[in-house]
Design a protein around this ligand. Structure first.
Ligand SMILES: [Fe+2]
Ligand SMILES: [Fe+2]
Length: 197
């Protein structure tokens, strides 16, 4: 059984208290929530920067308005996590300056490969984020229903972004499989680091 399945099965599962069923060595409730807020704040910041990198190249292309709309939604997500960082007194990731540069670079680099490559980047990132949010929702109990609902709502937006990417020819991007795999690996590494650093 993979670790993800394992965690899912003993997650809060929409009942009980967050981290009430944790095993020795697992994070306590406060640290778990701090990690969730820290990594999601970092992720939404990175998402904002990816779309800004894409817009720097593609603002006047046919995809421009579609990318601009996704960027607007990421700004809303980011603002919500800015508030949570303050309200929950969570230290933001120390890697924010890195995500500032790396997010923009990823967006601009894929956009320079073409509109479909930019969309392939979006599909790959949002695929990882969808799984990431789903796992977090699974771990939050009824004592964190509000945060859980926020993550659920944002997850729906991210899935819509992924579908937008697919509808705009992501899969027809040259080298789709390699590009998708690279972006997913980078996204997972960014998540891992932002939870911890
Ligand atoms: Fe987002
Ligand atoms: Fe998104």
């Amino acid at each position: 059984m993979s670790q993800d399945q394992h965690e899912g099965e003993r997650g809060a599962g929409r009942r009980g208290r967050t981290a009430a069923d944790r095993l020795p060595g697992d994070l306590g409730r406060d640290e778990l929530i701090a990690r969730i807020v820290r990594v999601d704040h970092a992720g939404e910041y990175g998402a904002r920067r990816i779309y800004e990198g894409q817009l720097a190249v593609l603002a006047r292309s046919p995809s421009g308005p579609v990318i601009a709309e996704m960027h607007r939604q990421e700004m809303r997500h980011l603002e919500a996590f800015e508030d949570l960082i303050g309200d929950r007194r969570v230290r933001p990731t120390a890697l924010q300056p890195l995500w500032h540069v790396a997010g923009f670079a990823l967006g601009a680099a894929t956009a320079l490969l073409g509109e479909r490559a930019a969309m392939a980047c979006t599909v790959a990132v949002e695929d990882v984020i969808d799984q990431h949010y789903a796992r977090q929702v699974e771990r939050l109990g009824d004592d964190e229903a509000e945060l859980r609902d926020t993550l659920d709502a944002f997850r729906a937006d991210e899935l819509a972004h992924r579908d937008t990417g697919l509808a705009h020819g992501a899969r027809e991007a040259p080298g789709y499989d390699a590009l998708s795999a690279a972006v997913k690996t980078g996204s997972r590494l960014a998540i891992w680091l932002s939870e911890r650093v």
